[in-house]
Design a protein around this ligand. Structure first.
Ligand SMILES: C[S@@+](CC[C@H](N)C(=O)[O-])C[C@H]1O[C@@H](n2cnc3c(N)ncnc32)[C@H](O)[C@@H]1O
Length: 340
């Protein structure tokens, strides 16, 4: 299992809910290696099993099937018998995942050995090779645990973070895996009235609604394009969520309307400016204090860490706990959970 750096524990907790997961341990690469019993590949063949569940995990970036060959160098993977095993193994993953193309990721992937391996996979599996966009991502690397070389094959054609519901993308759109983690760590409660100010493309709204029932779910954004974008994603996710084009600082909503307010504030690059944020952040905390219940929670993700932490010290209504810091698309934002 590959997780975003900083969200390994959230991803692992979700994976452990899959019944056939056994054992498991963190690898030096940051991935987590699990055993499955019984093997979900075999189970799917019998028309039941956990493969579908693994393909729908929301907290991980990707799940790979891993096989190790006790060979001293990659060239030995091209030996007649080993190559046959490698191809059978890759074929079994394609049969389950329905991948339409492949790509190879390995140190020295342009070498003669990997060029030959690529040609063999293309010919024997009858899969086109797409070096950039290939759906079956095949990683070849030296085994982290002991001798040999291992081949990882991603079980899904796309990363798990690329949600099927996303028909509209926006600059500054939140990675859905991070949205999932924000909800899991803020608490998912049936009685919650949830507000997502500055909802952008609707990631936090949709991910919450997929996590189970709740009392109310409302999103607002000041930009008409963002509202249209979130509505289009909500429709393709087949959800019913109210979204309005309103300034989050002037919603006109009554006091104490929400139990959980959750948002990724503008970070000052793709969306907003640093100058604008120094005005926005304190006003936002003040207005969310008005809109949230006495026992309300406020979950905020931001890349403007210094600014946000300064603003926190300049007010006394909210107390913040750091939930995680995550590596995402060249940024390293932090997520905080605030209570009164
Ligand atoms: C970082 S983006 C949110 C991304 C969103 N979570 C997503 O997944 O697409 C911030 C959003 O805040 C909106 N915004 C900025 N100032 C606002 C305000 N005063 N009221 C409402 N929305 C605002 C922007 O239009 C933008 O869509």
């Amino acid at each position: 299992m590959e997780a975003l750096k900083g969200l390994e524990a959230v991803a692992e907790a979700e994976l452990r809910e899959v019944p056939s997961v056994r054992g498991g341990g963190l690898l030096a690469s940051g991935g987590v290696k699990f055993q499955f019993a019984p093997d979900p590949l075999a189970q799917r063949a019998e028309g039941q099993g956990d493969w579908d569940r693994l393909s729908r995990l929301r907290g991980a970036v990707a799940i790979y099937r891993v096989e190790t060959w006790d060979v001293p160098r990659p060239k030995a993977l091209l030996g007649h018998q080993v190559l046959g095993e490698v191809l059978d193994y890759l074929r079994s993953v394609v049969q389950m995942g329905g991948h339409g193309s492949f790509r190879l990721s390995a140190a020295g992937k342009d070498s003669e050995t990997f060029t030959r391996l690529t040609e063999e996979i293309e010919a024997q599996l009858e899969l086109p090779h797409h070096p950039e966009e290939g759906e079956l991502l095949i990683r070849v690397r030296q085994s982290e645990q002991g001798e040999g070389w291992e081949i990882l094959a991603r079980i899904t054609p796309r990363p798990l973070s690329a949600r099927a519901w996303r028909t509209c993308n926006m600059s500054g759109g939140l990675n859905a895996t991070i949205a999932y983690a924000m909800h899991k760590l803020s608490g998912v409660r049936e009685r919650d009235r949830v507000f997502n100010p500055m909802c952008g493309s609707g990631t936090l709204l949709i991910e919450r609604s997929l996590l189970g029932p709740l009392d109310a779910l409302v999103g607002v954004d000041i930009s008409p394009e963002a509202v249209a974008c979130s509505r289009s994603n909500i429709a393709s996710a087949r959800r019913q969520i109210e979204v309005a084009q309103i300034d989050a600082l002037n919603t006109g909503l009554p006091d104490r309307s929400f139990d959980l307010i959750i948002t990724d504030l503008p970070w000052g690059d793709a969306v907003g400016t640093h100058g604008g944020n120094s005005e926005l952040y304190p006003l936002f905390l003040q207005e969310m204090d008005r809109l949230s219940a006495r026992t309300g929670r406020l979950c905020i993700l931001t890349h403007e860490i210094k600014l946000f932490e300064r603003v926190l010290t300049e007010q006394s209504r909210w107390h913040a706990k750091e939930l995680f810091q995550v590596y995402s698309g060249g940024h390293y934002p932090k997520c905080y959970l605030l209570s009164k």
